[in-house]
Design a protein around this ligand. Structure first.
Ligand code: ES4
Ligand code: ZN
Length: 319
């Protein structure tokens, strides 16, 4: 039995496996520029975040209807259950869909349909996190939050993703203030490819309660001290970091150093259809590649529930 865990860094669009992409392409009459699933998989030769994002956005063309989003999320939840996931806080990128003419309501209602049945079908409790694309304008992010207003009851938090370097958190101060006023929690990708200063901005300007990736904090001892002091969780995605060349090899990953520093780190999967593994696969990979004993692995699993947006009762039930 895989160890029970919470998945806190998971882009639902990043769970689109080639087989489902082709099935949805056919259902919707969308032409993909690849003849076979094997040919598509051969296109997964990323050299950095941007080269991954180019393919990630291109493949979303197959997602058009509420059923598509429900099927995508249900397929993910079924796989996650098999890897010991008991609670999942799931990112989605509305602007990547509205830009293609898909209504935000179609996206959210479709995802929510699968999430609402998840506890009963898969034994996984869920939350939904709306992410702003940081390479789009601050105004577009504000428009997106406004468009999501009728669906706020489906959302627990806002996040910030896509191309990091050159798009600092400070660009999104206003929309994060509005999200906080609307009662949403706040997370942001920071310190994946971007510098430690972006993590400081996410904390001090956006008021995030959790940092996604955050691995570059190890370059700044004062920042590590701040994250430890305030018990700010970091959702680390080891297989993603290697595939996007943020770290050279798994054996070089700073995860053990981060744990030793007293940081509240968790292990997550980011875009598992692209990076070679779901939550359990990421746990297995770090277990084999890094000097982490059973105690450290239990700490990582326990951290995932401590870092989740659950109250104490919910966390106990999920674990
Ligand atoms: C992402 Cl790995 C990663 N980083 C930033 N934004 C993203 N969106 C989907 N995956
Ligand atoms: Zn991510």
């Amino acid at each position: 039995m895989p160890i029970p865990k919470a998945e806190l860094h998971l882009h639902i669009e990043g769970t689109l496996e080639p087989e489902l992409a082709f099935a949805l392409a056919e259902r919707n009459g969308v032409q993909l520029p690849y003849a076979t699933t094997d040919e598509l998989r051969r296109a997964y030769s990323f050299t950095d975040l941007q080269s991954f994002l180019d393919l990630y956005y291109a493949l979303m063309a197959v997602l058009r209807t509420e059923d598509d989003f429900a099927d995508l999320a249900d397929a993910y939840l079924a796989r996650a259950a098999g890897q010991g996931v008991r609670h999942a806080e799931i990112f989605f990128d509305p602007q990547a869909h509205t830009a293609r003419g898909v209504d935000i309501g179609t996206v959210i209602e479709g995802l929510a349909r699968a999430l609402d049945r998840s506890e009963e079908r898969h034994g996984i409790t869920t939350q939904l996190i709306l992410c702003f694309l940081r390479d789009e304008s601050a105004e577009s992010a504000l428009d997106t939050l406004k468009a999501a207003a009728p669906y706020l009851h489906h959302l627990s938090a806002v996040g910030l993703d896509s191309a990091e370097v050159g798009n600092p958190p400070s660009k999104f101060r206003e929309v994060y203030e509005a999200a906080a006023e609307a009662g949403l929690r706040r997370v942001a990708h920071a310190g994946e490819e971007g510098p430690p200063s972006y993590i400081w901005e996410a904390l001090d300007i956006l008021g995030v309660q959790r940092v996604d990736h955050g691995i570059r904090c190890v370059e700044d001892p004062a920042l590590v001290a701040r994250l430890v002091r305030d018990r700010i969780p970091l959702t680390v995605c080891p297989l993603s970091n290697v595939r996007l060349r943020c770290v050279d090899t798994l054996a070089d990953h700073p995860l053990p150093r981060m744990l030793d520093a007293g940081l509240l780190v968790t292990v997550s999967s980011d875009d598992p259809a692209y990076f070679g593994g779901y939550a359990g696969d990421n746990f297995d990979a770090v277990r084999h590649a890094l000097p982490l004993d059973e105690d450290a692995l239990r700490t990582l699993a326990r951290n995932s529930f401590l870092a989740a947006f659950l109250d104490a009762d919910e966390a106990r039930r999920a674990a």
